[in-house]
Design a protein around this ligand. Structure first.
Ligand code: ADP
Ligand code: MG
Length: 361
């Protein structure tokens, strides 16, 4: 990726046993992450889990209480932000209201005293890249939210840093624009080849854009994986619940009747079972006898909330099907789609031969 665009050689980032403690708050606790050069890494997790703190430590805006930050192979743990060769975009992107778009974009280059002809050349290239050519002489107040955000991105990109850090840059935009910007951002990062670290609490953003997703929970790494692996093989109930709209259904083994009891006996522990909504389907004589508690028509799909006793299983059915709330339904699933979690610890269990045999029976 980066080889084709030498202007932006991405550099790798290594976070080694990073902890951050304020008086009473432990924001980060022993975080280890490898971010490959030229990759797009998303830091994902609920509000307060430490995403921004971690990004600020990479930036050099905060210093870790413990641990090391390497960029390339250099230890930058104590190096100030302006010596780390990175650019940043935050949710509040703060354009200068009295400067026009062109002046806003090149502001950083001016303070770096780049020659004027070089600035103009770079401005043209970036404006074209971001589709801002027609807007260069407008003031930020004369732009839509999406256009303003694009200017903020252009300002970050024109600096040609090897690393770009973004903290929830799209959260002020409406859903349609957010989707467009997601696609644009990803394309831009791939084209230019810089290393992207992107903070979001929105799992869909992380899944659609990133090469690697780092799921954080209460200051610790819960799981690091490529989007597909995170979706298909969440290693904990927390990860299973966090990824997917709607997320994986988690339910007591009792919902499977005798087979559920046998699974718990085989595993030697109490279980939570997991099924993605698309792994379950209404069937003539399915194993599971359920009641439809709610049927939500979404167009292509209709999401069914099905109850077996007190246990809820969400089913993605065709939008053309005609299920109604209150009716009975029988459900089937492919045994290999069933995820098994230890109920006490939330950890995923590998399926032993015995468990596989029980599932097939
Ligand atoms: P996120 O970005 O995932 O929402 P943050 O990194 O902002 O989470 O915050 C992580 C935790 O650290 C929170 O409990 C937050 O209140 C705390 N925190 C963040 N910044 C400070 C600070 N400057 N002083 C004290 N506590 C802080
Ligand atoms: Mg934050």
């Amino acid at each position: 990726m980066s080889a084709a665009h030498p202007a932006h050689h991405g550099r790798s980032i290594e976070l080694m046993a990073i902890s951050k403690q304020w008086d009473s708050v432990k924001a980060l606790d022993g975080v280890n992450i490898s971010i490959p050069a030229g990759s797009f890494t998303a830091l994902l997790g609920p509000s307060g889990c430490g995403k921004s703190t971690l990004l600020r430590i990479i930036a050099g805006l905060e210093v870790a209480s413990q641990g090391k930050v390497l960029i390339g192979d250099e230890d930058v743990t104590r190096r100030p932000p302006d010596k780390r060769d990175l650019s940043m975009v935050f949710q509040s992107y703060a354009l200068f209201p009295h400067l026009d778009v062109a002046e806003n974009i090149i502001f950083g280059l001016k303070t770096r005293r780049e020659p004027k002809n070089l600035r103009t050349e770079k401005l043209q290239a970036v404006a074209e890249l971001m589709g801002l050519e027609q807007l260069l002489h407008r003031k930020p107040g004369e732009l839509s939210g999406g256009q303003q955000q694009r200017v903020a991105l252009a300002r970050a990109v024109i600096a040609e840093r090897s690393i770009c850090l973004m903290d929830e840059p799209l959260s002020n935009l409406d859903a349609k624009l957010r989707h467009e910007m997601r696609v644009e951002l990803r394309a831009l990062q791939q084209k230019l080849g810089f290393t992207m670290v992107y903070v979001t609490h929105d799992q869909a953003e992380a899944i659609t854009m990133a090469d690697q997703v780092v799921l954080l929970r209460a200051g610790q790494v819960e799981q690091i994986d490529a989007p597909r692996a995170l979706y298909e093989r969440p290693r904990t109930t927390f990860a299973a619940r966090f990824i997917g709209t709607p997320p994986m259904s988690l339910f007591e083994a009792s919902a499977l009747g005798p087979m559920g009891r046998q699974l718990e006996k085989d595993a030697g522990t109490n279980l939570l079972l997991g099924l993605r909504p698309e792994a379950v389907s209404p069937a003539e004589d399915g194993l599971l006898k359920a009641t439809i508690a709610a049927a939500e028509f979404q167009g292509a799909d209709t999401m069914l909330d099905c109850l077996i006793g007190n246990e809820k299983i969400t089913v993605r059915a065709s939008g053309r099907s005609a299920f109604v709330a209150g009716s009975a339904v029988s459900l089937s699933f492919a045994p290999e789609e069933l995820a098994l979690f230890d109920k006490a610890t939330g950890a995923r269990l590998l399926k032993s031969q015995k468990l596989i045999e029980t599932l097939r029976s």
